[in-house]
Write a protein that binds this ligand. Structure first.
Ligand code: NAD
Length: 312
């Protein structure tokens, strides 16, 4: 078995591509599996092996047998809450059946550990208390959250029944360079591009909804800790701070020098109102804490978008 080959599914996507860069930098051999449905080939580090393969494809089994990764970080997903509400079957096909296909391939190929990108913003539903810890009941409001919970349950089952170790990372609202500013999620990227282009950003609902905004490098760092020696557990990966969408708007407005105001529109279905994540278990069990402050992260993100990105 190749000692330190890491396979990253979704490695052409926003978070996955940053993870790939970091793993390459650390001297790992990296293999990327991505169907490029939302990811971009040009974001994949040239030193990584790239396969344009769908995670639902049976071909994944042969691929893992050939590449023999030691570790797998699973980021490929239908990652939009809104799409999941519109098309729950598609969401389940990719997020549940695709993940299961991957787990079966991991089992057959003797993978040592799987790290899974779950969502602290989507699986708890409207929190009964804040900050939301990992013991909070799982009551997702959208099919996307249900699919993440389902995969978490499969992972626990695969640990117990088949001895496939895994670590679950329940991310907050991750933002940073390369996030898709043309999608429906990713408020920081969407606001940033709109402001830079002099368009008026749309705020859905009152803008008082709060999220736990986590800079992408911190999410990547959590993966490194998880791959290399964490207890098999589910960890919230967030900042423990709730920040409103209106506040994000105001901060970006200041950084960019945008003069206008937001345009308010009706709230969107399936989204929670306020959530932020207790991260003390991650500090204890993973040795991970966030390092990048909100303003610093926003400045870095604006810097990236200022230098221009290609249209979709
Ligand atoms: P993203 O859409 O940029 O990345 C997902 C990647 O998966 C894309 O490159 C896409 O092409 C690929 N993909 C989609 N369907 C596929 C399929 N069937 N086969 C192979 N590849 C496929 O999203 P992201 O924001 O980078 O999210 C990465 C992971 O983290 C996802 O699992 C997402 O649910 C999870 N997550 C993200 C956030 C966030 O704030 N961005 C929060 C919580 C959890």
């Amino acid at each position: 078995m190749a000692e330190d080959t890491v396979l990253v599914t979704g490695g052409a996507g926003f978070i996955g591509s940053h993870l790939v860069d970091r793993l390459v930098q650390e001297g790992h051999r990296v293999v990327v599996v991505d169907n490029l449905s939302t990811g971009r080939r040009e974001h994949v580090n040239p030193r990584a092996a790239f396969y344009q393969v769908d995670i639902t494809d049976p071909e994944l089994h042969g691929l893992l047998r050939r590449e023999r990764p030691r570790w797998v970080s699973h980021h490929a997903a239908q990652s939009s809450v809104l799409v999941s509400v519109r098309d729950p079957l598609y969401d389940a096909r990719v997020n549940i059946l695709g993940s299961l296909n991957l787990l079966e391939a991991c089992r057959a190929a003797g993978v040592e550990k799987v790290v899974f990108a779950s969502s602290g913003g989507a699986i708890y539903g409207e929190p009964r208390y804040l900050p939301c810890d990992e013991a909070h009941p799982l009551q997702p409001l959208a099919p996307y959250g249900v699919s993440k919970v389902a995969v978490e349950k499969y992972l626990v089952l695969y640990q117990r029944s088949f001895g496939l170790p895994s670590v679950i990372l329940r991310y907050g609202n991750v933002y940073g360079p390369r996030q898709d500013p043309y999608g429906e999620a990713g408020v920081v990227a969407i606001f940033t591009l709109a402001m830079l282009e002099g368009r008026r950003p749309v705020v859905f609902g009152s803008g008082e909804q709060e999220r736990d905004f986590l800079y992408v490098d911190d999410a990547v760092e959590a993966n490194l800790h998880a791959l290399k020696g964490a207890k098999e557990e589910a960890y919230n990966i967030g900042t423990q701070q709730g920040v409103s969408v209106n506040r994000i708007f105001a901060l970006l407005k200041g950084i960019i020098g945008y003069e206008g105001g937001p345009q308010y529109s009706s709230p969107r279905p399936g989204e929670v109102f306020k959530v932020h994540l207790d991260n003390s278990l991650a500090a204890k069990g993973l040795g991970w804490s966030p390092r990048v402050g909100l303003e610093e992260g926003l400045v870095k993100t604006v810097e990236y978008f200022r230098h221009g990105i290609a249209s979709p």
